[in-house]
Design a protein around this ligand. Structure first.
Ligand code: XIL
Length: 346
């Protein structure tokens, strides 16, 4: 005989399972871009566009695309110093054909020192000309289409103490090369919103403070800085509240905010197995969506996912079993996608 209290408890448990919980909707999930009151971006590589399932998934879910790699100097500048635009043009054409916004990433990044630039005469004037020519050519090519650019990427040192040295800072000056990049990008496309973009702003408050100090220094120097990008490559063990605090803090300058490359790694989280962390991933996505939804509408530039399906993630190169995105390997919405949508509605 089943004890009555046990029976009631199991009936309640069954009802709880049947009820479409916020993270497990009964029907198909509406597209992210239809549910969220802000643009949804997605990273894409040109070669992925020949996968019709992925192209359709991106067009259905996102309203904006960022070239994941092929608008970087490392791709565009050939060894002989000439430029190639085949892959970025293909992504721009895809965006136009599907009615998606295009976001440019990235003009100046310490991590890239194309040999053609390194070989240039060290006299400041020649180097400065090549720098100006590059920014004018790249930003000018997508003028009127790109809604924004990551003008300077990852300028703050990893520990948050000062700014990183780079080929550009060595030749043109620590603040000056950044100010100049913003000015040149503005001249090449006056309507694009120009961003300073960085990572670890959630997990390292000291780095975030330095990032905000740099933004203020650029504004003071007259740079046409229009927005702040936080890459948000986070791990599932990120303390609760960290993403929210970062997003709110970044908004404090009143500039546009871009969650620019989000993924939530289970493999990089410490203390539990990747399986143990899976439940936390959805919560981190939801916290970010809810904090972003809470910003004034004019500051919500876009929320970009660094890939749509788990199997497309750059993190798979580091750990083949990581599951950092909102859609599974087959392109099915994960519980994290439902949690993200629910939270994005505020
Ligand atoms: C990564 C891409 O995802 C990879 O495919 C590529 O090989 C290297 O770059 N911060 C950034 C991005 O600003 O451009 C990086 O993208 C991820 C870290």
């Amino acid at each position: 005989m089943i004890h009555r209290r046990a029976f009631v408890a199991s009936a309640l448990a069954a009802a709880a399972c049947d009820r479409p919980a916020r993270s497990q909707p009964a029907g198909p999930l509406p597209p992210l871009k239809a549910a969220a009151p802000f643009p949804i971006g997605c990273a894409v590589r040109a070669e992925q566009l020949s996968d019709p399932e992925l192209a359709a998934l991106i067009a259905r879910q996102a309203s904006q695309v960022t070239p994941e790699w092929q608008m970087k100097m490392e791709y565009i500048v050939r060894d002989d110093g000439t430029f190639r635009f085949d892959a970025p043009d293909a992504i721009a054409a895809f965006a136009r054909a599907r009615g998606l916004r295009l976001f440019g990433h990235t003009l100046v990044w310490y991590a890239q020192r194309p040999p053609a630039f390194e070989r240039l005469d060290e006299r400041r004037v020649d180097f400065a000309d090549a720098f100006a020519n590059y920014i004018a050519a790249v930003v000018g090519r997508y003028r009127g289409q790109a809604v924004g650019w990551d003008v300077v990427n990852e300028a703050v040192s990893a520990d948050g103490e000062g700014w990183r040295p780079s080929l550009w800072s060595e030749r043109l000056g620590a603040l000056e090369h950044m100010r100049l990049a913003f000015e040149l990008a503005r001249a090449a496309d006056p309507s694009a919103v120009l961003f300073l973009n960085d990572y670890d702003l959630e997990s390292r408050p000291a780095k975030r403070r330095e990032f905000l100090r740099l933004a203020e220094a650029l504004l003071k120097a007259g740079a046409p800085l229009g927005g702040l990008g936080t890459q948000t490559h986070v791990a599932a063990d990120l303390p609760r509240g960290a993403v929210k605090e970062a997003i709110q803090d970044l908004a404090s300058l009143g500039l546009a905010v871009h969650v620019s490359e989000m993924d939530v790694s289970a493999a990089r989280a410490r203390g539990l197995s990747a399986d143990g962390w899976r439940g936390r991933q959805a919560a981190v996505w939801a916290e970010a969506a809810s904090a972003f939804a809470g910003l004034p509408p004019a500051q919500r530039f876009a929320f970009t996912l660094w890939g749509m399906r788990d199997r497309d993630s750059w993190l798979r190169a580091e750990n083949a079993s990581d599951t950092p995105l909102l859609f599974d390997d087959q392109g099915r919405a994960k519980p994290a996608a439902a949690a993200f949508e629910a939270a994005s509605q505020g």
